[in-house]
Write a protein of this length. Sequence first.
Length: 284
Amino acid sequence: MKVGIIGLGAMGLGMARSIANKGLLTAIYNRTLSKSIALGKELNITPSLTPQELAQQVDVILLCVSADKDVLHIVNTISETIKQDSIVIDLSTISIETAKESAKILYKKQVSFLDAPVSGGVEGAKNGTLAIMVGGDKKTLDIALPVLEAIGSRIVYMGKTGSGQGTKAVNQIMAAGINQAVTEALAFGQAQGLSMQSVIDVISGGAAGNWFLQNRGATMTKETFVPGFKVGLHHKDLEICIKMAQQSNAKIPLTEQTLVDYEKLIDQGYEDEDISALYRLKRI
Ligand code: NAP
């Protein structure tokens, strides 16, 4: 099975390396060519110069780009040259509507589409230990499983097209609440004059321990906010969640507050910092 990946950002880069380690990666494309040239040298793969060129060469195409409009743009572009019976797996976080629209465009080319958003951060992408929530045809997932197993350690079939993204929205609401709790608690701890390294160490082993505390606690208390997961990207996800909540009358006040807080950070120029930059608004 020949696999290509489009989008070599914070997540795509780690995923590409993990797939290459399994001997499956044969093609790479990134909009900014310098990134694909650098990775191409490292992995001994000639980078494709266009998404169309990549689509001609492989059986499975992974997408890991930023937002809805970017996924739709790439799907429309690859549909010009994609081979019949190929599989497209979108790992980006987007709306259910865009996932369905992408599936429709590709169906006309006799190409299958899976929405397969991921969780586990850049660390999970690098180590091949992401959680992957998959929507689409189960038989397509069965065929593509070896590819997803190269990047994920927990792969769960969620149902029809869009249910992967629906599940990811649940994840992003939870991530917003965790960000609020961890940044607020650590800013409080710092104001008490405690040793923050010891605070993080002991709390990580107890009932309040969590991935975000373990992976971002130390850096945020040192005021380092290198992404990771950009504020602008989580903001994009929370806008999707709020729209979904309005449609189903669900109440998500923590998410609404986080959106307001991210807007403050974005106004201050911190859009491309890690979401732990929320700490900036909490510190005393
Ligand atoms: P990123 O570092 O900002 O990278 C974005 C990638 O998408 C870059 O390779 C960028 O190309 C490419 N791209 C964006 N728009 C494009 C377009 N119109 N055409 C072609 N390429 C385009 O973002 P990331 O952190 O890797 O996140 C990627 C996706 O995964 C997002 O949907 C995000 O919400 C999701 N996600 C992220 C994390 C995380 O922890 N970072 C975790 C789970 C899910 P250039 O290099 O040319 O800019």
